[in-house]
Design a protein around this ligand. Structure first.
Ligand code: ADP
Length: 517
């Protein structure tokens, strides 16, 4: 790992200041009711970056009251769709203006490569305009698009139906905002998760209480501030930083929250679902874990397949719910694929995420770092072959060597559990019917990758795989219009595009006699 600089060099000073660390309730930055704070850490060094107000049940109550008032009495749900749309567009412009600072803050708090945050995640997720195609052209691997301009465009396209009911009645449906939306997001893509949740909820006219992940509270506060600069009325978007079992659970079980949306682990998703059911039966959308197959067929161009499979797993330090974490390779190309995958992983540039050219930064925190190392040990113990990597990188921060296992069997823990780290598991197959069964033999069903030049194979696999997304000869393409979500224990409901609007709308049937009785 001659490319790794993590251990030896002084960390680069992030080019950004931290201005917002309080809770954002009713348009104001405020301390938590208890006055408590918690530290957020730099994953490069394990040093504290800032102390952030720690929201608890009482702060959730305050935030929900503000959101309730903004929904019941405020202008937001009553505003014309055009006005809402204009505020979302102004917000997109502000994001563009501040994208360098936001990308720096995201890298500092999360550890992801700055170039990835600034060139791909921000422009493609928040900002409208020509930068999108520029970025896609210069880095075709990144297809992220979830621009707030897209949601601005939806705001005036939400309409009901007229229903041809039997009898002398005029029947119409009204699609109304659902009310106060609770949203709980994870740490792996703090800004993208914010965008996927907040955009459609606002476009539909809802108000929001959003709880960020305790590992990455900083960027959402900054972005929410920009939303207010863009003209969002107070109380429409409230941000509570804090921990899951306290603030998160209080939000999921709140009697005055009308809907809860959650992204995170499957185990926590089950808790959130239960809290929602036990309290007021609020509807729930969940985007959870995965163990996505990436299937390399016998006709594949091996060099391209190696690069794409590498990207599918290692992108974002392997911390993607849809990571292609079971690489199934046809026996005819297996040996060549394996050698080249190992060489590619060994060439991967790991180091300070602020340094230009770095592909992989540190894992998010000590818990995830230790968990990934435990899974690597489990792979070795279960007699998968460790081809490269396998340990920590350097002595400071949460860096892990890009790791490749071959000879992985379906029943090994590393082939069943979500590792959420830079650990590629390569499995061999020899028959399409067999790989379909094996790919589907998991409790998850978030995504799948298929690599083939044969259109029949592509069609057969994309229909047979039980997953919310099948990427054929591509991976991680996240255009704003493409729905994303899971089958089985990978989730409930879909985010992005037209499908995401259904999560934030109530349907009201209005029935009127054609003639007054
Ligand atoms: P991870 O294990 O990767 O950190 P989690 O699913 O625990 O993923 O976290 C995702 C989000 O869920 C975070 O914002 C976290 O604070 C929140 N969370 C964790 N536990 C709970 C809980 N019991 N109730 C509600 N939210 C929770």
């Amino acid at each position: 790992f001659s490319t790794a600089t993590a251990a030896t060099e002084e960390p680069i000073t992030p080019p950004v200041q931290i201005n917002y660390t309080q809770l954002l309730i009713n348009g104001q930055f405020v301390d938590s009711a208890s006055g408590k704070t918690f530290p957020t850490f730099d994953p490069r060094t394990c040093d504290v970056i800032a102390h952030v107000a720690e929201g608890d049940a009482e702060d959730i109550n305050r935030a929900v009251s503000a959101a309730r008032k903004a929904f019941d009495e405020g202008p937001w749900p009553r505003m014309s769709a055009y006005e809402r749309s204009r505020i979302l567009l102004r917000f997109a412009d502000l994001i563009e203006k501040h994208s360098d600072e936001l990308a720096a803050l995201e890298t500092w708090d999360n550890g992801k490569p700055y170039e990835q945050a600034s060139k791909a995640e921000l422009p493609l997720n928040f900002v409208k305009g020509p930068t999108v195609s520029n970025v896609i052209d210069c880095d075709t691997m990144f297809g992220y698009k979830f621009r707030s301009s897209t949601n601005a465009g939806w705001a005036d396209k939400i309409h009901g139906l007229t229903v041809p009911a039997d009898g002398p009645y005029h029947v119409q449906t009204l699609h109304e905002p659902i009310g106060v939306a609770g949203q709980i997001i994870p740490w792996n893509f703090p800004l993208i998760m914010f965008a996927w949740k907040v955009g459609p909820a606002l476009a539909c006219g809802n108000t929001i209480v959003l709880k960020t992940a305790e590992q990455t509270p900083l960027t959402a506060l900054y972005v929410a501030k920009l939303f207010h600069e863009a003209g969002l009325p107070p109380g429409v978007l409230n941000i509570v930083s804090g921990f899951g079992p306290t603030a998160g659970a209080a939000l999921a079980s709140h009697m005055d929250v009308d809907k809860i949306a959650f992204t995170g682990s499957t185990a926590t998703g089950q808790i959130v679902f239960e809290l929602a059911a036990k309290s007021n039966l609020k509807p729930v959308t969940l985007e959870l874990g995965g163990k996505s197959p990436f299937i390399v067929c016998e006709d594949a161009d091996v060099d391209k397949a190696v690069e794409l499979a590498h990207f599918a797993l290692f992108f974002n330090q392997g911390q993607c719910c849809c990571a292609g974490s079971r690489t199934f390779v046809h026996e005819r190309v297996y040996d060549e694929f394996l050698e080249k995958s190992k060489a590619r992983a060994m060439r991967r540039i790991v180091g300070d995420p602020f340094k230009s050219g770095v592909e992989q930064g540190p894992q998010i925190d000590s818990e995830q770092f230790e968990k990934v190392l435990r899974y690597i040990r489990s792979g070795v113990e279960s007699s998968a072959t460790l081809e490269c990597g396998g340990g920590r990188l350097g002595s400071k921060g949460y860096y892990i060597q890009p790791t490749v296992f071959s000879n992985v069997q379906d029943d090994m823990l590393i082939a069943q559990d979500e590792i959420f780290g830079p650990v590629q598991s390569i499995l061999k197959f020899n028959d399409l019917g067999d790989v379909i069964k094996r790919a589907n033999a998991t409790r998850y069903g978030l995504a799948a990758g298929v690599f083939t030049n044969n259109v029949d194979t592509a069609n057969t696999l994309s229909r047979a795989l039980r997953a919310g997304t099948v990427w054929v000869n591509c991976f991680d393409v996240f255009d704003a219009a493409i729905p994303f979500g899971g089958y089985k224990m990978s989730g409930v409901g879909r985010e992005k595009g037209i499908y995401s609007l259904h999560n934030y709308l109530q349907v009201k049937a209005v029935v009127t006699p054609l003639k007054n009785p």
